[in-house]
Design a protein around this ligand. Structure first.
Ligand code: PLP
Length: 411
């Protein structure tokens, strides 16, 4: 039995998501691909269209009421994000295009201007490509070294290897808070304390943590935290980089343009103070407003209730999937978020994905932008079913039945 939060009827929340009333291949949609991108509640869609209908203007530059209204909505969203992740100040919240841009910003702004050949960044083998390639580019540009922490067979980080990875040349730890393939929630608070004992800052990729659990950046004490709105029931093209204020003040800008300056001449430029220094050009104003609406939607439910709901779904799904002969779960360590990867004997993940699609079930099959992790498990791909707050036990029953159908078709 699912243990629902007493105040929240998750089944009724489905009605907030218009797309879940549509069909896939003529069948009711069973959407199990929220780790790729979550569906959007009406509240988010309405907040964005209201902005275009009623309040649209550019921000930070108009001296007329519409622009003031748009600016207030945009800056209020910064406050909403600050409270959601428990940052100390809203000046620590920078709007970026997503997790990917947030990591590139740190690598290029901080890394490229301050580090030297031979300096080291600690990563893990479970990183998404967006937390590998920006550091690889920096390696090509200035000759830094990448140190990669391995995972155990059940998908946990090797903490002893992590402890031993620090040297006097370590400049950054950049790790995922929760894995998009294994679901593993890493012990980031403890890992941050270890890094800080070596005076090394920590960047956390929160793309798969923020949608599933309460996050408190001050409690973790990480120096940087990044996430994408589209995985958090918000729009695409917008995300957040949190950075401790004292570090931000000292970081050079990432891109140049309008809105990030104080004064400009051809000989000298002075930059805006605070987050605007990193928000060159007209931002995705509607996206920021949609992100704030998504956060407010989640706050009304409570992230703890979302976490409990998804943990109950995991408790239901994991034994049911394990009981299917020939199915192997990849990533069984706990704690984990509602992300389940698996492979089947003698059936390629893409074939399973195709059968599931014909049953109306959306999952992802592939390398999940984590090729090094696939190589670690000697797999070309996995099937990944991932949960959102709208999923229900009966959808897991349908998933299990469709996998059994695939077995009959391919064996
Ligand atoms: N990091 C993790 C763990 C992810 O799962 C993803 C997306 O799947 C990303 C980073 C990249 O996010 P985005 O494409 O929104 O920048």
């Amino acid at each position: 039995m699912m243990m629902l939060d007493k105040k929240t009827d998750f089944a009724s929340l489905r009605c907030d998501f218009p797309i879940l009333q549509e069909t896939n291949r003529g069948k009711p949609i069973i959407y199990l691909d929220s780790a790729a991108s979550a569906q959007k509640p009406r509240q988010v869609i309405t907040a964005m269209s209201d902005f275009y209908y009623q309040d649209y203007a550019n921000i930070h530059r108009g001296i007329y009421e519409l622009s003031e209204r748009a600016t207030a909505l945009y800056e209020n969203a910064r406050l909403v994000v600050k409270e959601f992740i428990h940052a100390k100040k809203s000046e620590e919240i920078i709007f970026v295009r997503g997790t990917t841009e947030g990591i590139n910003l740190i690598a290029q702004s901080l890394g490229r201007s301050r580090w030297q050949a031979g300096d080291e960044v600690i990563l893990t083998i479970m990183e998404h490509h967006s937390n590998i390639v920006p550091w690889y580019l920096l390696k090509e540009q200035i000759g830094i070294e990448l140190k990669v922490i391995p995972v155990t067979d059940d998908g946990a980080l090797d903490i002893e290897a992590y402890q031993n990875a620090f040297t006097p040349r370590t400049k950054m730890v950049a790790i995922t808070h929760a894995s998009n393939v294994l679901g593993t929630i890493n012990p980031v608070k403890e890992m941050t304390a270890i890094a800080h004992s070596h005076h090394v800052p920590v960047l956390l990729d929160g793309a798969q943590a923020v949608p599933h659990m309460p996050v408190n950046v001050q409690d973790i004490d990480c120096d940087f935290y990044v996430f994408s709105a589209h995985k958090l029931y918000g729009p695409t093209g917008i995300g957040v980089l949190y950075a401790k204020e004292e570090i931000l003040l000292d970081m050079p800008p990432y891109q140049g343009g309008g809105d990030m300056i104080e004064t400009v001449s051809f000989d000298h430029v002075t930059f805006a103070k605070g987050p605007q220094k990193f928000e060159a050009g007209t931002p995705d104003i509607a996206g920021v407003i949609g992100l704030a609406a998504a956060i407010q939607y989640l706050q009304a439910i409570s992230m703890q209730a979302v976490f409990d709901h998804e943990q109950a779904l995991l408790d239901y799904a994991l034994p049911a999937l394990s009981a299917i002969p020939g199915l192997r779960l990849i990533g069984t360590t706990i704690p984990k978020v509602g992300v389940i990867s698996f492979v089947m004997e003698n059936i390629h993940p893409h074939d399973i994905g195709t059968v599931l699609d014909h049953e109306g079930i959306a999952v992802r099959a592939g390398h999940h932008c984590a090729m090094p992790l696939m190589q670690r498990f000697h797999l070309p791909a996995t099937v990944r079913a991932s949960f959102g707050l709208y999923n229900q036990e009966n959808e897991i029953d349908a998933l299990v039945a469709a996998i059994q159908l695939a077995k009959r078709l391919f064996n």
